[in-house]
Design a protein around this ligand. Structure first.
Ligand code: ADP
Ligand code: MG
Length: 328
């Protein structure tokens, strides 16, 4: 009798507990981007404490990996290009190692050493001229993930050529979303969404038990979307050339560089990739611009649990095998 009562009591308690779960969200500008952090928690105070933890984690990672903060380890690697190997934290070492693996997977379309040419262009939407061919050719020699030398034992990174530079613009936000999610999960947060300006990772479900959903905006008409997609603990990332781009003779170039030519890419307006991790989704979304829709979707279709929606600049859609669009 007594035992039954206890069980009943616990049931009532957990019911109250379940009912008390609420969604709390904070939007903030971090690293020049817009971040939304959403957690499911019992009340606002608890939620705010979790969100504070997430924000500190984002700052910590930015300090480590940013290529434009002079005090970061990434900047130390860049300053020592062609000079000497630099010892780094395991976290950064592993990120570079995974970046190189994605370069191999994408046949060099994704390459963190793209940064050697980035200073030649300004991607602020203004009409401009292209740099001289010789200038691009001289800098493109310094792109090449094969020349990022990793020494596992010493935990060092060496950029073989002077003039080489690495940057995580196409993978860093995805990595941040994954890491922040993992940290909050380890603190006991049952469900949430980390949205690093369009690079999203989710876990758990909404308080009513339904899956987190994401609407993918149609870049050709922002009032429309391609429908609602269930995320089910998955990540989704959209890369688009509609925010950062420039035009030359009416041609629109994306802020994504083709590592083979050193030239910005054109032809694709946006690429959305679904994957188990935001890091992979982020890197692959960027790679689609370089690979082109045909080769790109072909790669996506060979990867387990990875799907993509590509919008070409004439408005045509290219979809991976399992994507079903319900509105256009
Ligand atoms: P967004 O910044 O809009 O989220 P992406 O995830 O596609 O878009 O990242 C684009 C950024 O990636 C560029 O601004 C640049 O910093 C970096 N980048 C450009 N070209 C390449 C490339 N071929 N490989 C890896 N990173 C790249
Ligand atoms: Mg990307």
């Amino acid at each position: 009798m007594h035992t039954k009562f206890t069980i009943l009591f616990i049931c009532v308690l957990s019911f109250i507990n379940l009912k008390a779960q609420e969604i709390h969200k904070r939007s903030l500008g971090l690293m020049g981007s817009n971040f939304d952090i959403t957690v499911v928690a019992q009340n606002k105070t608890i939620a705010q404490a979790y969100i504070d933890t997430a924000v500190s984690e984002i700052y910590r990672i930015e300090k480590l990996i940013s290529s434009w903060k002079p005090e970061s380890q990434t900047s130390a690697i860049n300053r020592n290009a062609g000079i000497k190997p630099v010892k780094v934290d395991k976290e950064l070492f592993d990120l570079i190692k995974r970046s190189k693996a994605i370069s191999q997977l994408t046949d060099g379309a994704f390459d963190i050493s793209f940064l050697a040419v980035e200073h030649l262009f300004s991607f602020d939407g203004r009409e401009t001229t292209l740099p001289k061919k010789e200038v691009i050719t001289a800098s493109v020699r310094n792109i090449g993930y094969q020349n990022i030398i990793l020494d596992e034992k010493q935990q060092t990174v060496f950029l073989k050529q002077k003039g080489m530079r690495i940057g995580f613009g196409a993978i860093g936000k995805g990595y941040l979303a994954d890491k922040t999610k993992a940290l909050l999960m380890s603190k006991g947060v049952k469900a949430g969404i980390i949205n690093a300006s369009g690079d999203m990772n989710t876990w758990g479900t909404q308080p009513d038990g339904s899956a987190w959903k994401v609407a993918i905006t149609n870049p050709m008409d922002k009032t429309k979307n391609f429908g609602l997609f269930d995320l089910n603990r998955q990540a989704v990332v959209t890369s688009g050339n509609y925010e950062k781009f420039f035009t030359v003779d009416g041609q629109r170039y994306a802020h994504i560089i083709d590592p083979r030519t050193g030239m910005p890419t054109k032809g694709i307006i946006s690429a959305t990739v679904f994957a188990p991790k935001a890091e992979l989704a982020d890197a692959l979304a960027t790679s689609m611009f370089v690979m082109g829709e045909e080769v790109g979707i072909n790669l996506i279709n060979q990867l387990p649990d990875v799907e993509a929606i590509i919008v070409k600049d004439d408005g045509t859609l290219v979809l991976s095998n399992k994507i079903k669009i319900n509105s256009k």
